[in-house]
Design a protein around this ligand. Structure first.
Ligand SMILES: [Zn+2]
Ligand SMILES: [Zn+2]
Length: 340
């Protein structure tokens, strides 16, 4: 099969012919229709401790069609099903796997990191991690299920309910996913902080009430626009200083949920947060139910995320499009159209 193969930092992925994956007993082979590029893909192909080894195949935001079924799954899966999958291969037997939390499996392998991912014509998925897509959801939109499930998981950890006043830092794909869920779950106000004019415009299009200036204190701007204080603050940037900015904006007894991936040490002053009795939560990945709920909400039109996709490229164009995302860009979600 053809695949985009990572060789080394500073070098675009190379389009190569590699062996087709064969399904293990409880695996499926999915013909990839679309696969999205994620910020973590860019990160794991930069020089540093998280860099992937030579010949890795990335891509964990994929949707496609089942074309081969492992020996123990015959009768249950038939081939031809349209699916997306949590990008994990869990053991399938532990409590985490059996309750739809394969990310927590002690023996989990991450698709697109430890095992080959969706920047290829075919990808192997696990039985318990693979989720059917209804007819009313096309494959291009289904490739957005993974980032949207991150947003739903964060909203659930936050306890987001109807009437909530919500502040979100960062209008990248994850911040915008949290915005869409906040709207769908009945938030009273959703205000986002963002520098990029293109991302600001996209956030407004997707239902933000207002965009505020990240260079100024966020709390007073939020109060001026909404007449109140945020109940929930979501950090969706993942850079040093953002946690402190969120804690500063959070009012007494409110909750700050960290979704952005910050891999460098960061500092904040505990005393002001202590005086406000703030709650800090972290949210990572998703459960199988987060995927199923996202799919149901997209299929019924209650989550409309199509505007997140700003660019669709072919597999051949993927390496150049991938490198272009390393520099500041007006793109939001870039998808590779592979077998669709
Ligand atoms: Zn992702
Ligand atoms: Zn397991």
């Amino acid at each position: 099969m053809r695949a985009a193969v990572f060789k080394q930092a500073g070098q675009p992925m190379s389009i190569e012919t590699v062996p087709d994956p064969a399904p293990q007993a409880r695996q499926l082979i999915v013909k990839v229709g679309y696969c999205g590029i994620c910020g973590t893909d860019l990160h794991s192909t930069r020089e540093g401790p998280a860099m992937l080894p030579c010949n890795s195949i990335l891509g964990h935001e994929f949707a496609g069609e089942v074309v081969a079924v492992g020996s123990e799954l015959r009768g249950h899966w038939h081939g031809g099903e349209r699916v997306c999958a949590l990008p994990f291969l869990g053991c399938g037997r532990c409590a985490a796997c059996l309750t739809g939390r394969p990310f927590e499996c002690a023996n989990v392998q991450l698709t697109g990191i430890q095992v080959p991912g969706g920047f290829a014509e075919y990808v192997a998925t696990g039985d318990r991690e693979t989720v059917l897509i209804p007819e009313s959801l096309d494959l291009q939109h289904a490739a957005l299920v993974e980032p949207l499930a991150v947003g739903l998981h964060a909203a659930r950890i936050a306890g987001l309910q109807a009437g909530a006043r919500v502040l979100i830092t960062g209008a990248g794909p994850i911040g915008l996913a949290v915005l869409l869920w906040a709207r769908a779950l009945g938030a009273r106000n959703v205000v986002m902080s963002e520098f990029s004019p293109e991302r600001r415009a996209l956030a407004m299009r997707l239902g933000a009430d207002a965009i505020i200036d990240p260079a100024q204190a966020l709390g007073p701007q939020f109060a001026e626009l909404t007449g109140g204080e945020p109940d929930l603050v979501f950090e969706c940037v993942g850079a040093p200083g953002l946690l402190a900015q969120c804690l500063d904006a959070a009012p007494r007894r409110s909750r700050v949920v960290i979704v952005g991936v910050c891999e460098t040490p960061d500092t904040f002053a505990p005393f002001p947060a202590l005086l406000k009795e703030l709650e800090i939560r972290f949210a990572v990945a998703y459960t199988r139910d987060d995927f199923e709920t996202t799919i149901a909400m997209m299929a019924s039109g209650r989550i409309d995320a199509g505007a997140l996709v700003t660019h669709v490229v072919s597999l051949g164009e993927l390496p150049a499009a991938f490198e272009a995302l390393r520099n500041p860009t007006h793109q939001c979600k870039v998808l590779a159209r592979i077998g669709a």
